[in-house]
Structure formats: structure tokens, C-alpha cells
Design a protein around this ligand. Structure first.
Ligand SMILES: O=C[C@H](O)COP(=O)(O)O
Length: 332
């Protein structure tokens, strides 16, 4: 059996929850953006070593999986979403793991980080989550392509905030990145942030469509300079979504931005993350590269529609020694 990594042996739910001032952004610094490099082969080499390197077992693994649950944006983004489906998802968000399992783990009251839906489903989700403290996140700005007129994208944000969304996941215009139009990207992001008002804004870069890791890094900096609260990899609709090289690139940009400005920006990998073991790799990366502070749900989220089901199966296995069929955990 692999020896548990000592760096991951404390119980992450015991970490303090600090109150953080939002990243206010700063004027666009083009010389900083242009100086950004990404050593693709070094990043890819490092990313390849990550999945095999960390191994946490038994109660430490269970503790980290519980931590992962608190960082999930439990998501449904389908054309056939209905209010009934969203209400079922919200019930799962309120009680993400079977009550007897949570009681056995001493974690009653545990919830996911947020529920993420399209604008049309915001009102139903807000209603279903009333009194729980679980925020509703709305994908916005012509999600997933982001190609509707700017004034409509801004109006869409305002409508979702009015409907009760406390978090807005916007999509950037990929063409601004591909054409090196950093001022245009900055102005767009700034306008989106302003339209959000008190709602926190996650900037979806759609990294699978940005061509290079250098573009990913540069887009990350521009969005952070424009006041993004989070940077997020993907919509889940691109052909390539969250990857480990993209994650390393983005979280190193977050670290550098924090070192240079003092502002902490959150990170949300999204799309295709459906296995508990993958969630553990992401958490270990956050801890290694950014430290414990970025393991809190105000600075880290998984955008995932099916990760919770696998985590619940692993927790059940931890407690009972048996795996249940995955269909029993379908909603997560
Ligand atoms: O932001 C969340 C993603 O759309 C979820 O993607 P997924 O369905 O592959 O987990």
C-alpha cells in the first residue's frame, strides 16, 4: 500500500475560514501581459507526474473527499433542464451524501459550494435553496459561446442577479485572446464585473479554444486585472475542458497575481471532472501551488455535474467496505 503523503494528513475541514476582500482589479498593465510566458513542455512534464504522486488513504481520503464536496458547484446545464430536475439537484446540494453516511462521518450539515444553472432556472434554484446559505451560480453572457451582442450579455447578467444569483459565471470572447486584443478583453471583463454588482464573477476562459498555454496565462492575468473573483477553465461544452497543464498554468498565474497585488483570486476547474481520485489530484495541486488558504470554497470550486456521485460511492466504500452501484448516486 502506498504510504499516505504527510502533507495531506491533517483534516482540511479544520482550516480557518478567513473573510476576504474581493479582488478590486487594477488598470490593464500591457507590459505585464506581454511579458507572460508559459513553458509548455515543462508544464506538461510536471502535470504528467501529478496523478501518480499523491496518495491519501482511509480516514484522510474520506476527509479530503468531504472537503471536495464543499467545493463543488453542483451543475446542470442541459437544454432539457426542468424546474423539477433543478429542485432535485438542489435537494442533493443540501444533503450531498446519504444521511446515515454523513452521521457516521460526523459531518451532518455538510453542503456543496453552490448550485450552477442557466438563467431560466435561477428562480427555482433560489427558491429550493432558501435558508440554506448555498448560493446559486448562473452561467451567463451567451454561455457557452459568448457570441451574443454585448448589451444583451450585460443585460443577462443583470437579470440573473435580479433573480437571486449570487455568483455569475461569464464566458469571455475567445476571439479577443486569439487576436491579442487585450484591451478589448479587459474592457469586456470590467463591464461584466460591474454588471454583477455584489455577485461574485467567475471568468470562464474556455481554455480548450485558446490555442496555447501562453494565451491561457495571458487571458488569466487580463481577467484578474479586470476584477475577476475567480478564473474558470471551461464551460464543459468545449471538446477539451479542464486539464492538469491548464490548471498549473492558471493557478501559477493566480499565485503570481497574489504575490504582486495582494489580491486572492479563486480557481474553478470545470468540465469532465467526474472521478473522486481526480478531485484529490486537483486538491493536492491547489495545496502544493497555492497553500491551504486556496482549499476553501470561497477560493476553489469544481464545476461538475457527476463528480458528487463518485465521491459518495467512495465514502460509502470507506464506511462499509462495499461499493454500491453508480446508478444509486445518479443525481450527483
Ligand atoms: O461548469 C460546469 C461544467 O459545465 C460541468 O461539466 P461536466 O458536466 O462535464 O461535469
Amino acid at each position: 500500500m502506498t504510504k499516505p503523503d504527510t502533507a495531506l494528513q491533517h483534516r482540511p475541514q479544520d482550516l480557518p475560514q478567513a473573510v476576504e476582500i474581493r479582488n478590486p482589479g487594477l488598470p490593464l498593465d500591457l507590459s505585464w501581459v506581454r511579458a507572460v510566458q508559459a513553458n509548455t513542455s515543462a508544464i506538461e512534464r510536471r502535470a504528467q507526474t501529478l496523478p501518480g504522486r499523491r496518495s491519501v488513504k482511509k480516514e484522510w481520503q474520506a476527509a479530503w473527499l468531504l472537503k471536495a464536496i464543499t467545493c463543488i458547484d453542483l451543475t446542470t446545464l442541459s437544454g432539457d433542464d426542468t424546474e423539477a430536475r433543478v429542485r432535485r439537484l438542489c435537494a442533493k446540494a443540501r444533503q450531498p451524501v446519504r444521511a446515515d453516511l454523513l452521521a457516521a462521518l460526523g459531518m451532518e450539515g455538510l453542503t456543496v459550494g453552490a448550485v450552477c444553472v442557466y438563467h431560466e432556472m435561477v428562480a427555482a434554484a433560489v427558491d429550493a435553496l432558501r435558508g440554506t446559505g448555498i448560493p446559486v451560480a448562473a452561467v451567463s453572457t451567451g454561455f457557452p459561446a459568448g457570441l451574443s451582442p454585448l448589451h444583451l450579455r450585460i443585460a443577462e447578467i443583470e437579470e440573473s442577479v435580479k433573480a437571486g444569483a449570487e455568483e455569475i459565471d461569464i464566458v469571455i470572447s475567445r476571439r479577443h485572446v486569439l487576436e491579442g486584443r487585450w484591451q478589448a478583453l479587459y474592457d469586456e471583463m470590467r463591464a461584466f464585473r460591474e454588471a454583477c454588482g455584489p455577485a461574485h464573477v467567475k471568468a470562464i476562459l474556455a481554455t480548450g479554444e485558446l490555442g496555447t498555454l501562453r494565451n491561457v496565462a495571458r487571458a488569466s492575468y487580463v481577467c484578474m486585472m479586470a476584477g475577476a473573483d475567480f478564473i474558470k477553465t471551461s464551460t464543459g461544452k468545449e471538446s477539451v475542458n479542464a486539464t492538469l497543464p491548464v490548471t498549473l498554468t492558471m493557478i501559477r498565474a493566480i499565485r503570481d497575481f497574489h504575490e504582486r497585488t495582494g489580491h486572492r483570486v479563486g480557481y474553478k476547474p470545470a468540465g469532465g471532472i467526474s472521478k473522486a481520485k481526480d478531485a484529490l489530484v486537483y486538491l493536492a495541486m491547489m495545496k502544493d501551488e497555492l497553500g491551504d488558504r486556496w482549499l476553501q470554497p470561497d477560493l476553489f470550486r469544481f464545476g461538475a455535474s457527476s463528480l458528487l456521485g463518485d465521491i459518495e460511492r467512495q465514502l460509502e466504500h470507506h464506511l462499509t467496505g462495499a461499493y454500491s452501484a453508480s446508478w444509486r448516486h445518479a443525481i450527483g
